[in-house]
Design a protein around this ligand. Structure first.
Ligand code: BGC
Length: 747
């Protein structure tokens, strides 16, 4: 059955069409502002503050709060029955203002797509848009209208468990993919709350909820661009981060919530706190009690209180006592109402309570999930071309606890994902092997956390009796996501030991790693010739992994995050500043570790294919670039192998002499292209000169005259192409800076 044949989906299509543009035309905007002001004029103070209260399904919510107008926004209402009931209660209120229904729809609702970090490895805004759109369609079908996604937190530290929810370490990739996700969710019918504003991805020691220190210039250059891109892409809301940034908790941070977001970027939607984030201002030590916390948060620019109940409890008195001007409340309510009008909530029929999410996954959503997943796998190494599984193979041992892990493959934040819907990697391999008459010998070797290796002898026997070994190891879902920071990133439990034993069998082995971040592989990288990073692939993990292992599709993912050799190397990222003592191998007094190599195991942007690509004839369109012009690089890429494949052509720049130390390399543009064997394509990448500068602490963007070095290739180790000269120095004040999203990115 196709999705369009599902009963009720005509309404879905209609609802999506109504909401597809939350960015109204000037005329429509005027009429929205009129309606907002009329409504606001009719509201009591209590009704206004009710619109700023976001409450979850379950305690402390009383259903009567909805009919009493005390809950303008709801979360975790994930069935049509509950949504319809709440909508009916909201209609009993005096002003009948429809609620928002929010949920963490990150990478799927019922059908699960790859986790965002994996999805980022596709290096493809098309793929990100597609996955977000389909996730949104399913959630919107049962009445959810607002997602707490995408996460736009850049992270350079894989100890932080939530790195899995983002796009990794690069601001250009992050800006492009965050915008694509916002657009995809909107197209599928969900408004977005882009989170966590801001700096949450750089907690000290990689510890979730710990404090963050980031100089303002670095915020503007590195951490803020993905959020800014979300504004340009039309997000209606943001979520404040839990952390303190340079000593000021984000939830009470006027620089972030007002100066940057509203004044500099012109954002006119609303900001919600994170879960009880306002009450946590007391733990941060900037508020003595709930009243002070509520006051500080609203005055800073946080419009909505998620689960704290502090606005509803304290703001009426704060206003009456003159500590919070009513005009501040009015402005926050205006932002919320404006959003509800833009989303078309006032003009939509209530949800049909007979809808159920069990109509998903449909064959069509499964197909999309499979197509998305196989774009995200990164072939880290493939010595002796062990992969794809050679045609002569008659038997395969499938080993490792994550081969048959229908729950874990969905990854964290799986909304309404059911493990019963999953096709495991084992099952996917079985189905594919059957078509080729290959026998499968399955032996897990150890338990999920690989503490108990009683099954190892059986696994070694299976390996010895087979022509080929597929080992599926990595990080169970519980070790990744929120509140899952790790101090040891080695493959957990006894996995390394088990893999070494398997390697001793002398059989050709391919290791498939499942997990939410790079794992420290230790000796495994030497012992196992072929390693494929599969992240958490989602519902269709099995068919997608089999497509790639058997060579039906060549792997085309690239690392969105630098892969360390040791946990002690973190934070580790490619776009670092030069050192005063660049690394020299035999000189201890240069940038080095004395007990580990200084280089990563695999660099940012890295990923192999089953075919090879040759770059040639790289040329710069102009050697001199003036204000308003662009750096333009053309390069020919040829598939020199015998299989079809996709390559991500990456352009990096460096400003070697500036008034400030500039990164050794910065990704500025990329394009994913498909090439048949023997085929050549010319790729042209453009970078506006306005994207070749850097920020000052006050947000001014400075482009300096001088030389820019250019590199092009298939990873951050890209080859030099030449140099271009920026002819004059110019500054762009914070409020005039256009988003760097005009950088060329395709696919
Ligand atoms: C997380 C948010 C999430 C919220 C609602 C919090 O714990 O930090 O990212 O959106 O819960 O589920």
């Amino acid at each position: 059955m196709r999705l369009s044949d599902v009963p009720g989906l005509t309404q879905l299509t209609l609802a999506v069409a109504l909401t597809a543009s939350f960015l109204p035309t000037a005329g429509a905007q005027e009429s929205i502002e009129r309606r907002v002001n009329e409504l606001l004029g009719e509201m009591t103070l209590e009704e206004k503050i009710g619109q700023l209260n976001l409450v979850s399904h379950g305690p402390p919510l009383r259903w009567e709060d909805i009919s009493e107008g005390k809950a303008g926004a709801l979360l975790n209402f994930n069935s049509a029955q509950d949504v319809a009931r709440a909508q009916a209660l909201a209609r009993q209120t005096r002003l009948k203002i429809p609620p928002l229904f929010g949920l963490d729809v990150l990478h799927g609702f019922r059908t699960q797509f790859p986790l965002p970090l994996g999805e980022a490895a596709a290096f493809s805004p098309r793929i990100s848009r597609l996955a977000s759109e389909w996730a949104a369609r399913e959630a919107a079908y049962v009445g959810v209208n607002w997602t707490f996604a995408p996460m736009a937190d850049l992270s350079r530290d894989s100890r932080w468990g939530r790195i899995v929810e983002g796009f990794g370490e690069d601001p250009t990739l992050g800006a492009v993919l965050t915008a694509a996700r916002v657009e995809g969710f909107r197209k599928g019918g969900l408004a977005t709350a882009v989170k966590h504003f801001a700096g949450y991805g750089a907690p000290q020691g990689g510890r979730d909820y710990d404090t963050t220190y980031i100089p303002r210039a670095e915020m503007y250059d590195t951490y803020l661009p993905p959020f800014r891109a979300a504004v340009e892409a039309g997000t209606v809301s943001f979520m404040a981060a839990f952390n303190a940034l340079n000593g000021e908790p984000s939830t009470a941070n006027p620089w972030l919530m007002t100066d940057v977001l509203r004044t500099q970027w012109g954002f006119d939607g609303f900001v919600t706190s994170d879960w009880v984030g306002i009450g946590e201002l007391i733990n941060h030590g900037v508020a003595a009690d709930g009243a002070e916390a509520a006051r500080k948060a609203i005055l800073a620019g946080v419009d909505m209180d998620m689960m704290g109940q502090l606005y509803i409890k304290h703001l009426p008195d704060e206003v009456r006592a003159g500590r919070v001007p009513e005009s501040v409340i009015d402005e926050s309510v205006r932002r919320v109402l404006r959003t509800k009008f833009r989303m078309g909530l006032f003009d939509r029929p209530d949800i049909d309570p007979s809808r159920v999410d069990s109509i998903f996954p449909s064959p069509e959503t499964r197909q999309v999930a499979r197509e998305v997943a196989r774009e995200t796998f990164v072939l880290l190494q493939n010595r002796d071309n062990v992969l794809p599984v050679p045609s002569g193979v008659r038997s395969i041992a499938v080993v490792g606890p994550l081969a048959d892990a229908p729950h874990d493959q969905l990854g964290p934040h799986a909304a309404r994902g059911h493990k019963e819907d999953s096709v495991s990697i084992l099952e996917g391999i079985r189905r594919r092997a059957q078509t080729a008459g290959i026998a499968i010998n399955h032996a897990p070797a150890c338990d999920l956390f690989c503490r108990d290796t009683e099954g190892l002898p059986a696994a070694l026997d299976a390996a010895k009796q087979s022509d080929f070994v597929i080992a599926v190891f990595g990080e169970p879902q519980e070790l990744s996501g929120e509140a899952a920071s790790r101090a040891h990133l080695e493959l957990n439990g006894r996995q390394i030991e088990v893999l070494e034993e398997l390697a001793k069998t002398g059989k050709p082995i391919a290791l498939v790693i499942m997990g939410g971040r790079p794992q420290v592989l230790g000796p495994v990288a030497d012992r196992i010739p072929s390693i494929l990073m599969a992240w958490y692939p989602g519902t269709e993990a099995g068919p997608a992994v089999a497509d790639v292992l058997f060579g039906d599709v060549s792997p085309s993912g690239k690392l969105p995050v630098t892969w360390p050799r040791a946990t002690g190397q973190l934070p580790l990222y490619y776009n670092r500043l030069p050192s005063s003592r660049p690394t020299l191998p035999n000189n201890r007094f240069t940038l080095n570790y004395i007990d580990e190599a200084i280089t990563p195991l695999y660099p940012f942007g890295w990923g192999l294919s089953y075919t090879q690509f040759a770059y040639s004839d790289a040329t710069l369109a102009q050697r001199q670039i003036d204000e308003g012009q662009a750096l333009e690089v053309s390069v020919k890429v040829k598939n020199t192998g015998t299989r079809a494949g996709q390559e991500v052509v990456q352009l990096y720049t460096r400003d070697p002499v500036a008034s400030r130390s500039r990164p050794l390399r910065e990704l500025k543009a990329f394009e994913k292209i498909a090439l048949e064997p023997g085929e050549t394509k010319q790729v042209t990448l453009r970078v506006p000169v306005e994207s070749l500068g850097f920020h000052l602490d006050d947000g001014t963007y400075l482009v300096e005259a001088g030389t820019i070095q250019v590199f092009v290739g298939g990873s951050s180790l890209a080859d030099p192409v030449g140099e271009a000269e920026i002819l004059k120095t110019f500054r762009i004040p914070p409020m005039e800076r256009r988003a760097s999203a005009s950088t060329s990115v395709a696919q």
